[in-house]
Design a protein around this ligand. Structure first.
Ligand code: SMG
Ligand code: MG
Length: 367
């Protein structure tokens, strides 16, 4: 397959409600989509970088720059490209994993559409639907939080994740436990604490949480290993896990006992599968994280989450969790699950009118 060119589309989608985390409040999702055009087909990639470098060092305009100046030209130079060849071709560029992942996703989608093969089967999925969890932002009050959780449980979500930060941690967890009993519950700190908070975080132990996600800085692997010895709540890493190699190191050091796999964060769906395989081999549970994806990234995440090692519900919600209108046919919860798409490639594609309505800028990158 030969790549003819890649269209970069900057989009901005309003969120149905502000989403607050320890690093800020989002009211809209700015993102970058890639339409990869080949001599045989077209494919879609979605870059999960956020508008600002607060969750990770990558950000939308930076990813666009890396793609247009370095990554896409490296792929355009190849006489023949396929999905598995993308990571190797891009290996000389350091970092920029979210940008690389988006390009690999687009090439994979193009290749699989041309070959008539579904993304899920290509990755090794063994299930036809995945259980849905929902990530609940930091709220202004406990009653507001309880209303939100009540609404999500009513929609069928099988697991609740509460965003926490210093000053919003033990109380919201206690309130949700008291009101909703033994619902599957976990928390995500997005690096808001340090090892000095270990004793405070141990106060979460009585609430029987599934896990605490990324309490410390992404580089503080040793700190997480220390914490894991000091609290009984299982430690799960998100931001720290950037590759199969860092996953292996974190496991070896005892820094986590569960891993959140986000394909964008680790450089692509194929690297994500490697981490899945590593964790299965070591008996480590994994789950699929979310980055407020449009229907494109959501379709791919659902395919990944259908692999056998994804034994915990992911941050995989219906389109309406974040968007009143998705750019693809919406994903709608059915009894707390989402169906794995079965069409060729991602099995979904943008609806032209919806895509155009959220497009802020378009640029074409070719040889
Ligand atoms: O897509 O459901 C989703 C969002 C899940 O909380 C979520 N993601 O750290 O896991 C995480 C966050 C990263 C994005 S926060 C703006
Ligand atoms: Mg997280």
């Amino acid at each position: 397959m030969k790549i003819t060119g890649v269209e970069l589309r900057h989009i901005a989608m309003p969120l149905v409600a502000p989403f607050r985390t320890s690093f800020g409040t989002a009211t809209s999702r700015e993102a970058l989509l890639l339409r990869v055009v080949t001599d045989e087909s077209e494919g879609w990639g979605e870059c999960v970088a956020m508008a600002q470098p607060l969750y990770s060092s990558e950000y939308v305009d930076g990813a666009a720059d890396a793609l247009r100046r370095f990554l896409i030209p490296m792929i355009l130079n190849q006489p023949e490209v396929d999905g598995p060849g993308v990571a190797e071709a891009l290996a000389p560029v350091q970092g920029h994993r979210m940008a690389k992942a988006a390009l690999e996703m687009g090439v994979l989608d193009a290749e699989l559409r041309a070959a008539g093969r579904p993304f899920a089967r290509e990755l090794g999925a063994t299930r036809d639907r995945v259980p849905c969890g929902v990530s609940v932002g930091i709220m202004d009050s406990i009653p507001a939080l309880l209303d939100a959780v009540d609404d999500y449980l009513g929609q069928g979500y099988q697991r609740i994740k509460l965003k926490i930060e210093p000053g919003w941690d033990i109380m919201p967890v206690q309130a949700v436990r008291e009101r909703f009993g033994d619902v599957l519950l976990q928390v995500d700190a997005n690096t808001a604490y340090t090892l000095a908070d270990a004793r405070h975080l141990a106060k979460l132990d009585p609430f029987d949480l599934l896990l605490i996600e990324q309490p410390f800085d992404e580089l503080d692997i040793v700190g997480h290993a220390d914490l894991a010895r000091l609290i009984s709540t299982p430690v799960c890493l998100d931001e720290s896990i950037t590759s199969a190699q860092t996953a292996a190191a974190a496991l070896r050091l005892g820094a986590c006992s569960i891993i959140n796999i986000k394909p964008g964060r680790v450089g692509g769906y194929l690297e994500a599968r490697k981490i899945h395989d590593l964790c299965v081999a070591n008996g480590v549970p994994v789950w699929c994280g979310g980055m407020l994806e449009t229907g494109l990234g959501r379709a791919a995440n659902i395919a990944l989450a259908a692999l056998p090692g994804f034994v915990l519900p992911g941050d995989i919600s219906g389109s309406n969790r974040f968007y009143s209108t998705d750019i693809t046919a919406p994903f709608i919860l059915d009894d707390g699950y989402l169906r794995v798409p079965t069409g060729h490639g991602l099995g979904v594609e943008p609806i032209a009118d919806e895509l155009n309505a959220v497009t802020v800028a378009t640029e074409w990158v070719s040889a």
